[in-house]
Design a protein around this ligand. Structure first.
Ligand code: CTP
Length: 501
């Protein structure tokens, strides 16, 4: 990924400070030339800076970048207004007066203009801007060297890379490092500790030891950052290709204990009678990395991260059996709402989905170990409903044995479970199971009000279908209803007719 044609064709950075790198051929978006001409007319030097420059050097420039950050030596808002006028199309411009920034939306690209500043770069801070600065002041105050690189949009050196802290070298060395003394960068804005971990994870970089030590040292400062921003970074870490690395770094820097203590508690191995259980933290990260190979779905990835979350609470050593984690899937599912609430994750169907997968995550494994009965598969289809495929993906990711024979055996058994599912689905249509007889029907037939017997009968019909005792159709369900009702001392008042008759 790193250092594609862009960098290879312009490896100039080892030739000393006089060498320059010109990237004008890579500034494809029309807005750059427009900004350049407004900047020249207005004598307002302007630069593209930050993530756009970093990603251009890593991946090359696409034609429609999502975000472009422009820093202006002067007023960012005025520049944005002039650029908008110069483009001449009906574009939306959002001005944040307090922060001295303006956002121009052109097609799918958001272009943010900001005046160069002396004090810290705090995009979401409530604190209004105070002091204007030079480009160098502004670069000094950015989070990492790879994010502090700028490209000139000015007539005398259009396209020139301005890289005062060796960002290009750090891209090549694959290292995340702050431009200034790391303590000051992180105390300016503690969210950067998480950003650093996110970039290291996304790019597969290391964090420079002094920078990483400073994260550890300043970890308590994360307490002043809003939960929404913390969780946004967590989600971005989870969305990377190998999120496990991010959680290792969170752990090593002491941030995990503060942000997600339940996950931190999975760490460690205990020994009784020379029997060890596995380190559930490492196992969880492996499962997360495994699932990241199969799906980009954030919530399925969250389910992987939290699937064993109740293991520390349920861990027991039982003589004769060894280590057990009885009911960890149920207790884990119960822990999910609390964790989601604290992390300010949505408390809607996404949470219910994660909860459901955590609760069911052992079911296919158990099935694949036992002789697979139709009834057990039917129950699984019924309980997992439309999330059955995702559940199977989670269960496959959960196989982290180092013994290739065990892995092969599990995968083969899962294949049998999958085949059975297909076979039964074709026959019984259980997945989005709607009972053939409703509570209303039962009340009508026996002439009874809404009451406990109605629920008992309804449930007994469902169980009979799932057990395969009766087929999933109206006639059989009707007969079963009468049978159970009469056994309970009820009498039939009215025959039930199928709606379409
Ligand atoms: N920045 C910073 N400190 C922060 C946030 C942002 O110094 N806490 C600076 C960095 O120079 C960063 C730029 O602002 O590159 C733009 O920030 P943002 O758009 O949030 O991030 P990107 O670096 O563009 O990366 P991504 O879009 O992947 O988050």
């Amino acid at each position: 990924m790193i250092f594609n044609a862009v960098i290879l064709s312009i490896r100039l950075y080892f030739c000393g400070s006089k060498c320059t790198m010109n990237l004008s051929d890579h500034l494809h978006h029309k807005v750059f030339r427009i900004i350049a001409s407004v900047a020249a007319e207005e004598h307002t030097p302007s630069y593209v800076i930050g993530g756009f420059v970093r990603d251009l050097l890593i991946e090359g420039a696409g034609n429609t970048p999502k975000d472009i950050d422009i820093v202006v030596i002067g007023s960012g808002i005025e520049m944005a207004e002039k650029v908008k006028r110069s483009i001449g199309e009906e574009l939306s411009l959002t001005v944040f007066k307090n922060f001295g920034t303006a956002m121009l939306k052109w097609g799918d690209t958001e272009i943010e203009f900001v005046g160069a500043r002396k004090e810290s770069y705090r995009r979401n801070s409530r604190k209004p801007l105070v002091e204007n600065g030079t480009l160098e002041d502004d670069q000094n105050r950015r989070d990492f060297t790879i994010n502090a690189m700028a490209i000139s949009l000015n007539p005398d050196n259009f396209g020139e890379l301005l890289d005062p802290f060796g960002g290009v070298r750090h891209l090549e060395e694959k290292v995340i490092i702050t431009p200034l003394e790391p303590g000051s960068t992180f105390s300016d804005d503690p969210l950067r500790m998480l950003r650093g971990i996110r970039f290291a994870t996304r790019l597969g970089f290391d964090i420079d030891p002094a920078t990483q030590n400073a994260i550890h040292q300043y970890r308590e400062r994360i307490g002043i950052v809003s939960q929404e921003r913390i969780t946004d970074e967590l989600n971005k870490i989870i969305a990377t290709k190998q999120p496990g690395k991010g959680f290792q770094l969170l752990d090593q820097t002491g941030l995990l204990e503060m942000i997600l203590p339940e996950l931190h508690q999975l760490k460690g191995v205990e020994e009784v009678n020379e029997q060890l259980h596995k380190d559930n933290f490492l196992h969880t990260l492996e499962v997360l990395d495994n699932i990241a190979l199969k799906t980009d779905d954030l919530w399925l990835r969250w389910a992987a991260l939290l699937h064993d979350i109740a293991k520390p609470r349920t861990r027991k050593y039982e003589t004769g059996t060894g280590w057990t984690f009885h009911a960890h899937e149920f207790i884990g599912a119960k822990m999910i709402p609390g964790i989601f609430r604290r992390l300010k994750l949505p408390l809607n169907e996404k949470m219910k989905y994660v909860q459901k997968l955590v609760q069911l995550h052992l079911r296919p494994i158990i099935l694949s170990q036992d002789i697979v009965t139709d009834a057990a598969i039917r129950r699984l289809i019924f309980d997992a409903g439309e999330d059955l495929e995702d559940l199977m993906t989670l269960c496959e990711a959960d196989i982290t044995s180092k013994n290739p024979r065990t892995v092969k055996r599990h995968l083969r058994n899962f294949q049998i479970v999958r085949e059975k599912i297909i076979e039964l689905e074709e026959r019984d249509s259980i997945r989005n199971f709607q009972p053939p007889i409703s509570g209303d029907d039962i009340q009508k037939v026996f002439g009874i009000p809404p009451s406990r017997p109605v629920g008992i009968i309804k449930n007994a019909i469902k169980e009979a279908i799932l057990d395969g005792e009766i087929p999933n159709n109206f006639e059989a369900a009707c007969q079963k209803m009468v049978e159970i009702g009469e056994a309970m001392g009820l009498t039939v008042h009215q025959e039930l007719k199928r709606e379409d008759e």
